[in-house]
Design a protein around this ligand. Structure first.
Ligand code: XMP
Length: 523
């Protein structure tokens, strides 16, 4: 495997994903990983990421110099190049104006650098730095430069140490992929053998080994992660897996039926459908405050879940859909060791007195799009694999004020229309662009039911009914979001259909606020 040493920017994840895209498995470790720990992991190659610090700053992250003595090939980008330079005896200085964006690079290696291989002498690269290497360490040759950056890349081929000031991992460096390929396959002699088939095979083997003849229980929500865990465990251990689907009655229209259909007909697991709709309805009857809704729904989930779990014999494991970014962001696991510290949120599982399960987290080394690809390869339908984010508390936090059966019915029907129309809109964009994540496609869309009524007129009749608020946003990570500039025709269709088809609604409004200052959800 390839180890990416993370110097604290978002770049580490991007590099790991690029390596994986080339069918080589890679993991991210924090930059304080020692040479001894690294030797234990024994990676085939090491990549040093960029980072926001200046190498001479007081609290600048450093690297154990012993890492360069392990005989493992190292490739550094940006901060990674600078840290390699200062650690091995070169120097770094401030460039006058820094360099941000596309830059024109000239190779000066006379075709000798294996890193550049057959790429052209002049090429465009993506730069983003103020500091730069002034003097390469002894034994290194400078292999390329730009107008403002004399050491745009350097290498010591005998020791297989390579570094670039620019960022080969971003798409704005057109030959970046080729450089990465050259490093992995030419310089490090790796095989592109990390494919979906091998991933499934390895995961299945790992689950079987961990579980043995024991039973596993899983809280299945119908979301992407828990569904993929279920599909993977189904392949590995079949009916040794019990999927507990707690139906709180707050899912979208037809969702419970769809989940049940997939996991009873398509996968051979033990499926328990807990009909908790009435219990949730009673608990939520007078609740208005959003956080209180969340708390009640969350804690009731565990009550329902454990009441099933305790009735089952011989359950040793609890499966969870934890994915790799959760692990990286919590910084809890070092050097990819399986036995290391477990994420803090696990402590939040409110195990009842005397109850304990070991955790199994088969997705803890996969990025979200790899989880989706895995789901597809395992045969999960698109409506699960490409499901948009949906909050755990469900429609309860999209009904402002108290949650009643009448309001739930209205919201489910309006929301179904929103999804139908915007699914179709996204499908058209996908057809035009071939890109599911096209900037033009809408990321999340739903209906909200506020706690007010307004006057309307239908036929000759005065109406006094609820409005529906349409929410549709573009985003990539939900941290920030922009309201979607939907074509008027689409808005018109959604509005026309909701008012015509959903009894109890006489008006549709469109939320044109971004996040920040608003949030995506209304509660
Ligand atoms: P906000 O409203 O905070 O939402 O801008 C950001 C993203 O998170 C989703 N969301 C939730 N997901 N439990 C969840 O699992 C929750 O309580 C929750 N609240 C919001 C929301 O749909 C959006 O994608």
């Amino acid at each position: 495997k390839v180890i990416v040493v993370d110097f604290g920017a978002q770049y580490g994840q991007l590099i790991a994903r690029r390596v994986r895209d080339l069918h080589v498995y890679s993991e991210i470790v924090p930059c304080d990983t020692s040479a001894a720990e690294m030797r234990k992991v024994a990676p085939a190659a090491i990549i040093l990421s960029g980072g926001p610090a200046s190498v001479y700053a007081e609290d600048a992250p450093s690297i154990d110099p012993g890492i360069f003595e392990l005989g493992i090939p190292v490739l550094g980008f940006c901060y990674g190049q600078q840290i390699m330079a200062v650690t091995l005896g070169g120097s770094v200085g401030h460039t006058e104006k820094g360099e941000y964006g596309a830059a024109s690079l000239t190779r000066c290696d006379e075709g000798a650098s294996k890193l550049y291989g057959a790429t052209p002498v002049e090429q465009t690269v993506w730069m983003s730095h103020r500091d730069a290497v002034a003097q390469a360490p002894e034994g290194f040759t400078v292999t390329a430069s730009t107008d403002t950056c004399p050491v745009a890349s350097m290498e010591c081929a005998e020791r297989r140490l390579y570094a670039t000031q620019f960022h080969p991992e971003v798409r704005h460096t057109p030959h970046g992929d080729e450089l990465l390929r050259n490093f992995l396959f030419d310089i490090c002699d790796l095989d592109p053998s990390w494919t979906m088939d091998s991933i499934i095979e390895d995961s299945v083997a790992a689950i079987r080994e961990q579980v043995g003849a024991n039973r596993v229980i899983l809280g299945l929500s119908g979301g992407v992660d828990s569904s993929v865990v279920a599909a993977l465990c189904a392949r590995a251990i079949g009916k040794q897996l019990t999927c507990v689907f707690v139906n709180h009655g707050l899912l979208r229209k037809n969702e419970p039926e769809e989940v049940e259909e997939v996991f009873t007909k398509q996968f051979d697991v033990d499926f328990v459908h807990v009909h908790a709709e009435d219990r949730y309805a009673a608990l939520l009857a007078d609740v208005v405050e959003p956080e209180q809704k969340r708390r009640i729904i969350g804690s009731q989930f565990w009550k329902e879940f454990f009441s099933v779990a305790q009735d089952l014999d011989g359950v040793k494991f609890l499966a969870q859909g934890t994915i790799y970014p959760d692990i990286i962001e919590s910084g809890a696991r070092k050097t990819g060791g399986k036995a290391s510290t477990i994420k803090s949120h696990h402590n939040l599982i409110p195990f009842p007195e005397g109850v304990h399960f070991d955790l199994i987290e088969p997705l803890d080394h996969f990025f979200k799009d790899e989880v989706r690809a895995l789901g597809t390869a395992l045969g999960l339908p698109d409506h699960i694999v490409h499901r948009q984010p949906f909050p755990g508390p469900g429609l309860a936090i999209r009904i402002i004020g108290t949650v009643t059966r009448e309001k739930l019915e209205i919201l489910k029907n309006a929301d179904a229309i929103v999804r139908e129309e915007l699914d179709a809109y996204n499908a058209r964009i996908f057809e035009e662009t071939g890109d599911r994540n096209s900037e033009r496609s809408v990321w999340q869309y739903f209906a909200v039911l506020p706690d007010i009524k307004s006057v309307g007129v239908m036929g000759d009749e005065r109406t006094y009914a609820y409005p529906i608020i349409l929410r549709a946003v573009e985003s990539s990570d939900a941290m920030t979001a922009d309201w979607a500039k939907l074509p008027y025709e689409v808005l018109e269709r959604v509005s026309g259909r909701i008012v015509a088809e959903v009894p109890g609604v006489n008006r549709v409004a469109y939320d044109i606020t971004s996040k920040p200052p608003a949030t995506i959800e209304w509660e």
